[in-house]
Design a protein around this ligand. Structure first.
Ligand code: RIB
Ligand code: CA
Length: 309
């Protein structure tokens, strides 16, 4: 089984990514690290513990807190999309029994990569602050990690926070810049270019049957779906983070190109914009696999099958 560390800012779609990863049975989940993003670090951590308890995940999966704010900037929560609690109000009356363990997420990442050199896949579904701190403290991590897959950025269309920036990149562009330039041999961007093609709608939820999990998915995504409808005219919930997990499960789901991507950090209008050099105009060495297309039906077949398992 693939060893993974999942880094989350649990929010609605992070939660679905955690459920997909744990229920897939395809991963040795070494741990789940939390970061501020959609909601505060405390809420992201509480939500992660709730979700793991709710699905009856192995009690041995550690949850480790990370950065409570971006490297340089202020926090930028998204309660409009994820609700006050971060799970769209689902599990409001559910209290987690498991707790986060002591320690700091960047240190946990370093420990796990050192213990399993060349074997650990980092799946990042929030701002990249924890990973930036980890490589700043232990640069060797870049060459000892198996691969890094991150949900973030957009290179062929508009942003979802500003006209140019995707949320995870916008919250901490300095962290992203550190990661982009660190020299990871296997770095994959799962951006809005593909995540906007995996839109969960009622037809998919109906396939989950009449179960507690189906109810959770329906309740937790309803606010998110309403917001998406208001903005995009489609009643659906983009499964941004679950697709990053899906790519770790089945890389063949996506079509990628190895390209040079950088990020804007000093612009009034474009901070957080991910700039992809499709024509190699800058003459820089390509630094990541950019996802440009996805087999959405195949992803949903996998998503529904795993959640029904
Ligand atoms: O832009 C979508 C990303 O930002 C997702 O990871 C979502 O959870 C938010 O963190
Ligand atoms: Ca997220």
């Amino acid at each position: 089984m693939k060893k993974i560390v999942l880094d989350v800012d649990t929010g609605v779609d992070d939660a679905l990514g955690i459920i997909l990863a744990v229920k897939s049975g395809m991963f040795d989940v070494l741990g789940i690290t939390t970061v501020n993003g959609n909601v505060s670090l405390a809420k992201s951590t509480e939500n992660t513990c709730k979700i793991l308890d709710f699905i009856g995940a192995d009690a041995g999966i550690p949850v480790v807190r990370g950065a409570s704010q971006p490297l340089l900037r202020h926090v930028y929560f998204e309660h409009r999309i994820h609700g006050e609690d971060g799970l769209g109000g689902a599990l409001r009356d559910f209290s987690a029994s498991r707790q986060a363990q002591d320690g700091f997420a960047p240190d946990f990442m370093i420990e796990q990569v050192k213990s399993h050199p060349g074997e650990v896949t980092l799946i990042m579904t929030g701002p990249l602050t924890n990973l930036a701190l980890a490589i700043s403290k232990y640069p060797e991590l870049v060459h000892q990690v198996k691969e890094v897959i991150f949900m973030g950025g957009v290179v062929t269309q508009y942003g979802n926070v500003t006209p140019t920036a995707e949320y995870n990149m916008y919250v901490d562009p300095e962290a992203a810049k550190l990661v982009f330039h660190a020299g990871f041999p296997e770095l994959t961007m799962v951006g809005l270019d593909v995540t906007r093609k995996v839109l969960l709608d009622e037809s998919h939820i109906a396939e989950l049957g009449d179960t507690e999990l189906a109810d959770y998915v329906r309740v937790s995504t309803s606010e998110y779906t309403q917001r998406y409808f208001e903005r995009n005219g489609v009643r659906a919930c983009a499964l941004h983070d679950p697709l990053a997990v899906g790519v770790a499960m089945s890389p063949e789901l996506v079509t990628t190109r190895k390209l040079f991507v950088d990020i804007e950090t000093r612009s009034e209008l474009c901070d957080g914009q991910t700039i992809c050099d499709f024509q190699n105009r800058l003459g820089k060495k390509p630094n990541m696999h950019v996802c440009l297309d996805v087999d959405a039906p195949a992803f949903f077949e996998q998503f529904v099958r795993v959640l029904n398992s």
